[in-house]
Design a protein. Structure first.
Length: 114
């Protein structure tokens, strides 16, 4: 049996951190876009640092991951409110508490997830 208040707090913390990460990454991407407009697009041979295109790709990947995590957390909070949190979406058996502690937004048990 899962403890709703404990997991609500855990998920809310993850939600806050994901939102902060999204905000920070969006700001970094905006700053990078300004730098690309203000400078040369040909920074591939700059010995002083990472090319803007590589940094852009890195930030976009991190932003996509943060948005994906936020969506998973939002979905878990909806399951918590609906009373289906901790129930495997595939086999309908209880997800072990240890799995939920490690991955609070898990919607499948280990067997079904693998």
């Amino acid at each position: 049996m899962t403890e709703p208040a404990h997991f609500r707090d855990l998920l809310s913390g993850l939600q806050s951190r994901a939102a902060a990460r999204i905000d920070r990454l969006e700001t970094e991407l905006d700053n990078l876009a300004r730098a690309r407009r203000d400078g040369s697009d040909d920074d591939e041979h700059d010995p002083e640092g990472v090319p803007l295109s590589a940094e852009w790709s890195r930030l976009v990947g991190l932003l996509q991951a943060a948005r994906s995590e936020a969506a998973e957390v939002d979905s878990a909070l909806l399951r918590l409110e609906a009373g289906t949190y901790g129930i495997c979406s595939q086999c309908r058996k209880a997800i072990p508490v240890e799995r939920l502690e490690a991955r609070p937004f898990a919607d499948r048990c280990v067997r079904c997830a693998s």
